[in-house]
Design a protein around this ligand. Structure first.
Ligand code: SAM
Ligand code: ZN
Length: 268
């Protein structure tokens, strides 16, 4: 068991007869019926329902089901298989509904962990991937003991770099997926008068060495419904007024560029 108590940072163990995680200081966390644990103490919540809402999660789930992001998932899968051995502990930071965790570990070669601050996201992730271990938690204070994770990855999610460094094993890997310059260019053209390339200055992580960086770019032609779902997955959705949304869905064919930067780091 690699979880640690979010209240006192002691190791947690699973108490089978109560279906709870518990620490030596008698803090207890129930396992939900979907199998996940809520390791985000109420006093650490900055809002009542932090993270992506049920609606945002549903939009992402429908969009991802159409496999528009499959090339990215495939790329991550190959990369992880090259970097880490069977039975390694693999962590999806800000896992959302768990799409990438399921895609990169279809045969349970690795031991999958995932967490997200959004409870509706974690409920979905746990339901869809019963061999994975999911929790509601914050990347500001990760509920894992130090030096327990062989490989961590995150796809567009926040992370606290000191916490990341703490939970990674020495020799462990971290893969960061961020938007490259032309990501969602054609979608952004509907919203902004002048579209700017995403800045791709090197994001560094304290104590981790950068090993490699690659760009993955391709085009998709989503259905009108999927275009709006894709929009709703973005941080600029709130800027899109009714007119922009109508124009996005009415266009006959719309090819949209996806542009990702995939960077691998190692803890020496
Ligand atoms: C853009 S979504 C990406 C989700 C998933 N990685 C994917 O690509 O499908 C960002 C995710 O980060 C989560 N999130 C935001 N702040 C967080 C935090 N402090 N700790 C953990 N997760 C967080 C959100 O709830 C959301 O699910
Ligand atoms: Zn405790």
């Amino acid at each position: 068991m690699i979880y640690q108590c979010p209240l006192c940072q002691s190791p947690l163990s699973f108490i089978l007869e109560h279906k709870q995680l518990g620490c030596a200081n008698n803090h207890r966390f129930d396992q939900a019926k979907q199998g996940y644990f809520n390791l985000l103490p109420v006093q650490r919540k900055k809002s009542k329902e932090p993270g992506d809402s049920k609606e945002m999660i549903a939009a992402r789930e429908s969009f991802l089901t159409a496999n528009h992001y499959q090339p990215l998932a495939e790329n991550l899968k190959v990369l992880i298989a090259e970097l880490v051995l069977k039975h390694s502990k693999l962590l999806d930071i800000g896992c959302g509904e768990g799409y990438y965790s399921r895609q990169v570990n279809p045969n349970d070669h690795f031991i999958s962990y995932g967490f997200d601050i959004s409870k509706p996201a974690v409920i979905k992730a746990a339901k869809k991937h019963q061999t994975g271990s999911y929790s509601v938690a914050s990347s500001e204070e990760m509920p894992f003991q130090s030096e327990t994770i062989d490989a961590a990855f995150k796809v567009y999610a926040p992370v606290n770099e000191l916490e990341l460094h703490r939970i990674m094993k020495s020799g462990g890997y971290f893969i960061n997926v961020t938007p490259a310059p032309r990501h969602l260019w054609q979608l952004r053209e509907f919203i902004y008068e002048e579209v700017r390339e995403h800045a791709t200055q090197d994001t560094l992580f304290t104590g981790l060495e950068k090993m490699s960086s690659q760009q993955l770019s391709y085009q998709i032609t989503p259905s009108p419904e999927d275009r709006l779902r894709l929009l709703d997955m973005t941080p600029f959705a709130w800027k899109a007024n009714g007119d922009a949304r109508r124009k996005i869905s009415e266009r006959h064919d719309l090819a949209i560029e996806l542009d990702f930067l995939i960077t691998v780091f190692k803890k020496p």
